[in-house]
Design a protein around this ligand. Structure first.
Ligand code: ZN
Length: 315
């Protein structure tokens, strides 16, 4: 599982946590030596009881539809004759692209640093609460986030604040510190012509929700709104018959049993979470396929983790 793959030092946001291109190349060297890199169709067939996978099969997946995947990943994979699966969010790569909340957080953190970002989030929450209640009353619960670290501020935004409120706070801060999100989004995410070129080079696309909300925080009806149009949208963009899915954040608490039902009725082929271990074909649910993160493998580590790694959400 890959997210950002870029030389951050060459960008306006050197603090973004990305996989550098040279590390990506080293990791592919290792993967090609130790594993047999397969396509998603081979995994889907094996999960459906067809031809079994080779013993050391590996599949490359890339989340969030970053332009990195066109600029950095595509040429490397094409040169090596490899393929990958790329997961797109409609709001990021659609006709009127928006910066997804998770990435607003990343870029604000990179621009401001964690202390200033935390202060800015709390300041905006207090201002919003005061405006809503038209009084200067204490905003209950926010004091405990004072001087919170980066992880805690992310938890406040992702889990504690009402979803609409968190979005509004991030919109205001993004506009204030980073400017127009339309233009930013056009530079951050894959666009239709890039997707078409990647398809011609053999890449496969899946869906990653409409707006990258945490599904477990939504009602089943709102989850359906995030999921139901993805198959048709990806088909129209790519001409693919099958469309796979991966969950935003992706830890076990970030989706529900209703999510699995909706994926089934919407016609997705398979779905990946971010539980960090190998897939057990025949045991794992086709809508709960785990993945190993790039950070779990060389050159970051000595080898594939022997024991199941902890589930960890997309940060
Ligand atoms: Zn994501």
């Amino acid at each position: 599982m890959y997210h950002y793959v870029r030389d951050t030092a060459a960008t306006a946001f050197p603090a973004i946590r990305a996989l550098p291109p040279d590390m990506f190349a080293h990791q592919l060297d290792w993967l090609q030596r130790e594993y047999e890199l397969i396509g998603l169709d081979a995994l889907e067939a094996a999960l459906e009881g067809g031809r079994p996978l080779p013993p050391n099969a590996a599949l490359l997946t890339f989340d969030d539809g970053f332009v990195d995947h066109y600029e950095v990943v595509l040429p490397v994979l094409a040169t090596r004759g490899l393929g990958g699966v790329f997961f797109l969010a409609h709001d990021a790569s659609g006709d009127t692209p928006r910066v997804l909340g998770v990435h607003k957080t990343h870029f604000l953190l990179a621009a401001l640093g964690s202390d200033a970002f935390g202060d800015a989030v709390l300041g905006e929450c207090r201002a919003a609460a005061r405006a809503a209640r038209s009084s200067d009353a204490t905003v209950f619960g926010l004091d405990r986030w004072e001087h919170a670290d980066e992880r805690a501020i992310k938890d406040l935004l992702n889990y504690e604040l009402p979803i609409d409120e968190a979005e509004q706070v991030l919109d205001v801060l993004f506009e204030r510190h980073l400017g127009s999100q339309d233009e930013f989004a056009r530079g951050l995410y894959l666009r239709a012509p890039m997707i078409a070129e990647m398809r011609r080079a053999g890449m496969v696309f899946g869906y990653h929700t409409r707006s990258h909300k945490m599904l477990s925080r939504l009602s089943p009806a709102d989850q359906a709104a995030e999921l139901r149009d993805g198959v048709a949208w990806v088909r129209a963009l790519t001409g693919q018959a099958r469309v796979s899915f991966c969950y935003p954040w992706g830890g076990p608490g970030t989706y529900t049993s209703a999510s699995l039902d909706i994926l089934a009725s919407a016609g997705y082929s398979v779905a990946f979470n971010t539980v960090r271990r190998r897939i057990a074909v025949g045991a794992d649910h086709r809508y709960e396929l785990p993945r190993v993160d790039t950070r779990d493998l060389p050159p970051y580590t000595a080898g594939e983790p022997a024991a199941p790694a902890m589930a960890s959400d997309e940060a």
